[in-house]
Design a protein around this ligand. Structure first.
Ligand code: GLY
Length: 344
């Protein structure tokens, strides 16, 4: 992670805390939180690996790509990173030892979308999702049909299971075989962006829960759950235990809270509170996290337990921040949004 001083953080573009108390004014609200992009395009992505992904997105956009090209490029970077055991190649397999990937992409203008679920042997499901969107009359393809479509479109089949993950899976089969749903086995890249014309787009990609039942599909390729883009309002994405997002249309809910006027960070937090109320379990047990950006360039994130790192990038600024954290004790908000290398 890049070191960054407090001075550097303030000077690179995130607007400093403003003194005004016009909380009904969205810009004043965002300035008070310090969470508004000073320049466009702005990209917001989940986890530490979201930062290089965002930077790839910004590069692609700067080189003349569309916002959608930029989103796809950022996610492709993460999918190709074999050291990342939760997205793309190198992802942990399902219980049968096969890596099964989920992804979706959505473009704000026209609300166009494409998605693949449980696709095997294809390194870049985000690009297959885009091909579903652009080259078929459908929105979602799954399993063998998705794989056959990808190969037909020229995607080369590849073995996505690395020797390390193969060994880890063999050990799991021999010693464990439980399906643990915890902090470390569900990281997803969700990446959302806003350009200078006020258009929004987003994508989401994951290998899903480690050692899941073969055929299990999580929230990530489900529009409205792992990702949602509304070109009038904003975009949101999710990471965490998909079962605790997809029962509630989590990303759609975040966007709807933004429509009601909430700052993206508050919209993410309110979504988690509402899911926790409906689910009934202690909030820490849900392992869910959201990112969001709105049409004004305000951004934010919230997660259960200690929260989670998320990345924000725009011209002259790229940083990993800590999200708001919601715990049962407070059912409220603790900490968040200092650059992550300065968190206590
Ligand atoms: N959020 C990723 C999954 O549950 O599959």
């Amino acid at each position: 992670m890049q070191a960054c001083s407090r001075r550097g953080f303030l000077s690179t573009g995130v607007m400093a805390v403003a003194g005004g108390s016009m909380m009904s004014n969205p810009t004043a609200q965002a300035q008070q939180k310090g969470l508004i992009a000073a320049k466009k395009p702005v990209f917001v992505a989940t986890w530490n690996f979201g930062k290089p992904a965002n930077e790839a997105s910004l590069r692609r956009y700067t080189e003349g790509g569309s916002l959608l090209d930029a989103i796809e490029e950022g996610i492709r970077l993460t999918e190709a990173d074999k050291s990342n055991a939760s997205v793309g190649a190198g992802g942990k397999p399902a219980a049968n030892g096969k890596v099964q990937l989920d992804a979706c992409i959505m473009n704000g203008p026209g609300s166009k979308a494409g998605s693949v679920g449980g696709i095997e042997d294809i390194m870049h499901p985000i690009s297959v999702a885009r091909a579903v969107m652009e080259k078929t009359p459908h929105v979602m393809l799954v399993g063998e049909g998705a794989r056959a479509f990808a190969i037909d479109q020229g995607f080369a089949p590849a073995n996505l299971l690395t020797p390390e993950e193969h060994d880890a899976w063999k050990t799991w089969k021999k010693e464990n075989q439980s399906l643990e749903v915890g902090e470390d086995n569900h990281d997803t890249i969700a990446l959302v962006g806003l350009d200078g014309e006020g258009n929004l787009a987003g994508g989401c990609s994951t290998s899903g829960l480690a050692y899941k039942l073969p055929g299990r599909v999580g929230d990530s390729p489900i529009l409205g759950s792992g990702l949602y883009v509304d070109n009038e309002i904003g975009a949101a994405g999710a990471t965490g235990v998909g079962e605790n997002v997809m029962r509630f249309c989590g990303s759609f809910m975040v966007v709807e809270y933004m429509r009601q006027g909430l700052h993206p960070e508050d919209a993410c937090a309110e979504t988690i509170r509402r899911i926790a109320r409906l689910d009934g379990r202690p909030i820490e047990e849900l392992h869910i996290n959201f990112i969001a950006v709105d049409k004004q360039g305000r951004f934010g994130a919230a997660g259960t337990g200690k929260g989670f790192p998320y990345a924000v990038t725009y011209p002259g600024y790229s940083q990993v921040l800590q999200s708001k954290a919601l715990s049962q004790r407070a059912i409220g908000i603790e900490g968040g949004n200092a650059p992550i290398d300065q968190q206590p």
